[in-house]
Design a protein around this ligand. Structure first.
Ligand code: KG4
Ligand code: ZN
Length: 343
C-alpha cells in the first residue's frame, strides 16, 4: 500500500557539483539526519570547481557519509525502514551526477527500494518547502546560485513557469569571478558579502544591468567586466583600490538588479508570496533589501536557513518524495542529464 507522504522515509542524495550530501527525511518537512561534505577547500586552490576532482571526491565520500547517516538515524534494515531513494539526476556536472545516480541505483537494487530522479533546481525550490510547512503554491521562487539565476512561478508543485533567467553569467558565477580577480579565493560570494559590510557601496558607480527593461531577465557579464576594468585600471596606474569598496559597490549592483526584477515578476503575476533559494540566497545584503521590500509591498517572504541555501540533500529528499507522491517514477534505467530542463 502507498504510504502517505508525511510518513514516507526518504534517503536524499546530492552530488551535482562540489558538495556530497546525504539526508534522511520523514515526509517533506522532517529532517531525521543530514550531512554535507564540502569540497570547497580542495577546489579553492584552483580558483573554481575542477570537475574531475569533484567526481573523484564524491566517490571517496559517498559511502562513508551514507554509513554515518544510517548509523546516526538508527537504521539497521534499510530495505524495511527506507521507503524511497531520491537522487539529483541533473542539471550539474556529468561526472559528479554519475556518482550519486549510480550509488542510488545500486542501493535501490540491493535494498529493493524505489528510486526517483530529482531535478536540482526543483530541489532548490523545495529547500523552502522543507523549511516552511506553511508554504503552499502559488508562489514566486527566485533561484540564485553559482550556475543559475532564474525566477519561476510555482503554480503548483510540479507545475512551473519560467518567468525569466540570465542572458549570460549566473549571479554566483559573477561573485566567484570578481573574487578570483581580487585574490579573495573561492567561493567568492561569502567573502564579498562579508567585505561589503565595511565598504562604501557608492564608491564605484557600477551599472545595474537591464534595470530599465520591462522584461524579467538578468545579465551579470557586463557588470563583471565593469568591475574587472576598475581593478585592472587601478593596477595599471598604480593607484590602490579598496577591495571592500569594490565588494560593496558590486554587491549593491547585484542586489539592485535582483530586487528590481523580483519586483517586476511579483507585479506581473500579482502573486504576493516570494521564496529565495540557491547559494546566493545566503547573501546578507539581498536579505536586508528583500525584507524591506516585502514589508513595503506586503509580500510573504520565505528565506531558507543558510545551510539550506547552498546544495544539500534535504531539499532533494523533500522534492523527491513530493514528486513520487504526484505519481512520478524512475527505475534502474535512470541516467544523469547534465542539462536537464524542467521548465
Ligand atoms: O547553490 P550553490 O551551493 O551551488 C550551485 O548550485 O551553484 O551556490 C554556490 C554559489 C557560489 O557561486 C557562491 O559564491 C554563492 O553561491 N554564494 C554566495 C553567498 N554564499 C554562497 N553569493 C553571495 N553571497 C553569499 N553570502
Ligand atoms: Zn545548487
Amino acid at each position: 500500500m502507498l504510504k502517505r507522504q508525511r510518513d514516507m522515509i526518504t534517503l536524499g542524495i546530492e552530488t551535482s557539483c562540489d558538495d556530497t550530501a546525504i539526508a534522511l527525511m520523514r515526509g517533506r518537512n522532517d529532517v531525521l539526519f543530514s550531512v554535507i561534505s564540502s569540497q570547497i577547500k580542495s577546489h579553492s586552490v584552483y580558483g573554481g570547481v575542477v570537475p574531475e576532482l569533484a567526481s573523484r571526491m564524491h566517490q571517496e565520500m559517498i559511502m562513508p557519509l551514507l554509513e554515518r547517516v544510517l548509523e546516526a538515524s538508527g537504521i539497521h534494515d534499510p530495505s524495511g525502514e527506507i521507503d524511497l531513494i531520491a537522487v539529483t539526476a541533473g542539471p550539474g556536472l556529468m561526472g559528479s551526477l554519475l556518482v550519486g545516480v549510480m550509488t542510488a541505483k545500486a542501493l535501490s537494487q540491493s535494498w529493493d527500494v524505489p528510486i526517483i530522479g530529482v531535478n536540482h533546481l526543483e530541489g532548490h525550490i523545495f529547500a523552502n518547502v522543507a523549511a516552511n510547512r506553511k508554504l503552499k503554491p502559488p508562489f514566486i521562487s527566485t533561484i540564485v546560485s553559482g550556475g543559475h539565476t532564474e525566477i519561476v512561478c510555482v503554480k503548483d508543485f510540479g507545475k512551473y513557469e519560467l518567468l525569466g533567467s540570465t542572458r549570460d553569467d549566473a549571479a554566483g558565477e559573477a561573485y566567484d569571478k570578481i573574487a578570483k580577480m581580487m585574490g579573495l579565493g573561492y567561493p567568492g560570494g561569502p567573502v564579498i558579502d562579508r567585505l561589503s559590510y565595511i565598504g562604501d557601496p557608492d564608491s564605484y558607480p557600477l551599472p545595474t544591468p537591464l534595470s530599465n527593461t520591462d522584461k524579467v531577465e538578468f545579465s551579470f557579464s557586463g557588470l563583471k567586466t565593469a568591475a574587472v576594468n576598475i581593478i585592472r585600471n587601478s593596477e595599471k596606474s598604480g593607484t590602490s583600490i579598496k577591495k571592500e569598496d569594490i565588494c560593496a559597490s558590486f554587491q549593491k549592483a547585484v542586489v539592485d538588479s535582483l530586487t528590481c526584477k523580483i519586483k517586476l515578476a511579483m507585479d506581473i503575476t500579482g502573486i504576493k508570496k516570494l521564496t529565495l533559494s540557491g547559494g546566493v540566497a545566503a547573501n546578507s545584503g539581498l536579505h536586508r533589501r528583500l525584507e524591506e521590500l516585502a514589508a513595503e509591498e506586503k509580500w510573504d517572504l520565505f528565506l531558507p536557513p543558510v545551510e539550506m541555501c547552498t546544495d544539500n540533500a534535504v531539499m532533494i529528499a523533500s522534492a523527491g518524495v513530493d514528486s513520487y507522491m504526484r505519481g512520478n517514477r524512475s527505475d534502474l534505467t535512470l541516467s544523469p542529464d547534465p542539462s536537464w530542463q524542467i521548465w
